[in-house]
Structure formats: structure tokens, C-alpha cells
Design a protein around this ligand. Structure first.
Ligand code: SF4
Length: 262
């Protein structure tokens, strides 16, 4: 140990400052993803993601769960990013791919496909052939939380992963669709970290809410669009319909300059 009481070694995956110390360094998304999947910085979430993988849901009893942080999904030059909150215990935490293998993902990918942003309307597992066109899916928290609710501390600990991801995407990134108010609240500080100016007062979440954030350091402006989360609570009640989600993605794609199907 040195006089500061530390070993002088970079923090390991189980230490709280592993994301803050390591996330800013990769120069490619695949390098960032490779680091992120080793992260064990949040003890409660690590315990939960691994417990779920042992207990499993009956329908998936024969499957081996991913049980690690879930990296972003989509091309490294995406002009549009879709941001949720965190992976689902039996969805992304099982399949290892964002929104893949749960009901919210079924709703989401059907809408992306309807607009021409996804190669197929379904997403069942990581090797199912699905590709996204100009879109990347990511989240401010990378491990499945109990009750889908990360704590404030977990959200803050995980923030550097998404900050770094958005920074690497920033040369081509023009539009963000943010799914749900929790994701919106979690994302705003990430955007400030990654180099965009937040207006004051901070913009409020709403379905269809839009705000343009000015880029700093030569970064292009970024358009933020709010959208209800495609959780079953919203889709079963009709609060979010397939047509509403298609409309949001079509507008987002137009703003991002991505081609869409009629
Ligand atoms: Fe690491 Fe984020 Fe998972 Fe916490 S939530 S263990 S910071 S990847």
C-alpha cells in the first residue's frame, strides 16, 4: 500500500470505482463491451443477476442464463439510440442481449421492424439473426435489478459505462429515444457527463416530449424524445399502443436521417 492507503493498482471488477476508472479508456465499443461484462461493482445487483440465473423461470429451466452486465446492441455508427433503464431478469439477463427474450422486447422489435430499423420483428436469443439498421439499444444500468428498480447509488456507479458508450457513438449520434420516466431521469446526468448541455430547468419526461441538447467541444446537437416504456403495464392497458411506438420511431428515424419503410 502507498501513503494514500491504496495499492496503486487499477480497481478490480468487484470494486465500486471499476466503471469510473476503466470506462473512459476504450476507443472502440467492442473494447468497452468486453470490459463492461466483467463488472461486479454493485454487490446487490451481482447477487440478484446470479440468483435469478440459478432459480430461473420454469419456461427457461433448460437454458443457461447470461447473468452478467448486458452490453449495448446495434451498430457502432448508429445515428439513433434507444435507451431503456436496465435489463429484465429473464430477458436480457437470460439472453445477454438488450430487450431480447421478454415481452417488452417483443413489442419494441416489432415496432422497429415496422419502420425498417430492424431486420426481423422478433428477438428470441443472441444468435437469432436479428440486426438493427442505424439504431443502438442501451441502458443506464447494465445489470438486472430486483423489481426493475436500481438504487440511486447503483445508477450512479453504472453511469460511466453509458457515458463512455455515448461518447464513442457521438460522431454519428443525432437522436435518442428514451423509454420511460425512470430512464429519462437516469439518462440526463449521463448526457451531461458525455458532453451535452442540459437546459435549465431540466426537461420533464413525457410521451412525445422533445428537447434539443447542445453539444460541447465540437459535438453535434442531440435530439431527445420521450416515449412510454413498452412494459406490460403500459402495453396491456393501452397506454402505449403499437401505433404510438411506430410513430415515435418513425419520427426519430426521420430526425436522425435514417431511411424508413413506408
Ligand atoms: Fe457494474 Fe453497472 Fe452491473 Fe453495477 S449495474 S455491476 S456498475 S455493470
Amino acid at each position: 500500500m502507498d501513503e494514500t492507503g491504496t495499492t496503486g493498482q487499477p480497481p478490480g471488477p468487484g470494486e465500486p470505482d471499476f466503471p469510473a476508472q476503466h470506462a473512459p479508456h476504450p476507443t472502440r465499443l467492442d473494447e468497452l463491451d468486453a470490459l463492461m461484462v466483467r463488472c461486479r461493482a454493485c454487490p446487490r445487483l451481482v447477487a440478484w443477476r446470479e440468483e435469478v440465473a440459478v432459480v430461473k423461470r420454469a419456461a427457461f429451466r433448460d437454458q443457461e442464463y447470461w447473468a452478467r452486465p448486458v452490453p449495448g446492441f446495434g451498430p457502432a455508427d448508429a445515428a439513433l439510440a434507444v435507451i431503456g433503464l436496465a435489463p429484465a431478469a429473464h430477458g436480457g439477463n437470460r439472453t445477454g442481449r438488450m430487450f431480447t427474450g421478454d415481452a417488452a422486447g417483443d413489442f419494441l422489435f416489432a415496432a422497429l421492424h415496422a419502420v425498417g430499423l430492424a431486420s426481423q420483428p422478433t428477438a428470441t436469443h443472441a444468435g437469432d439473426g436479428l440486426t438493427l439498421h442505424g439504431v443502438r439499444l442501451a441502458s443506464p444500468v447494465r445489470c438486472a435489478p430486483p423489481q426493475n428498480r436500481p438504487t440511486t447509488a447503483e445508477r450512479d456507479t453504472c453511469r460511466p459505462w453509458l457515458s463512455a458508450e455515448l461518447e464513442l457513438l457521438s460522431p454519428g449520434l443525432r437522436v435518442l429515444v428514451v423509454l420511460g420516466g425512470f430512464g429519462w431521469q437516469a439518462l440526463l446526468p449521463v448526457l451531461a457527463d458525455a458532453g451535452w448541455q442540459l437546459p435549465r430547468p431540466r426537461p420533464a419526461f413525457g410521451h412525445g416530449a422533445q428537447v434539443t441538447l447542445s453539444g460541447t467541444d465540437g459535438r453535434e446537437d442531440l435530439r431527445l424524445i420521450g416515449c412510454y416504456h413498452p412494459s406490460q403495464r403500459n402495453t396491456f392497458t393501452g397506454r402505449l399502443t403499437p401505433a404510438m411506438l411506430v410513430d415515435v420511431f418513425r419520427e426519430a428515424a426521420d430526425l436522425a436521417g435514417l431511411p424508413t419503410t413506408p
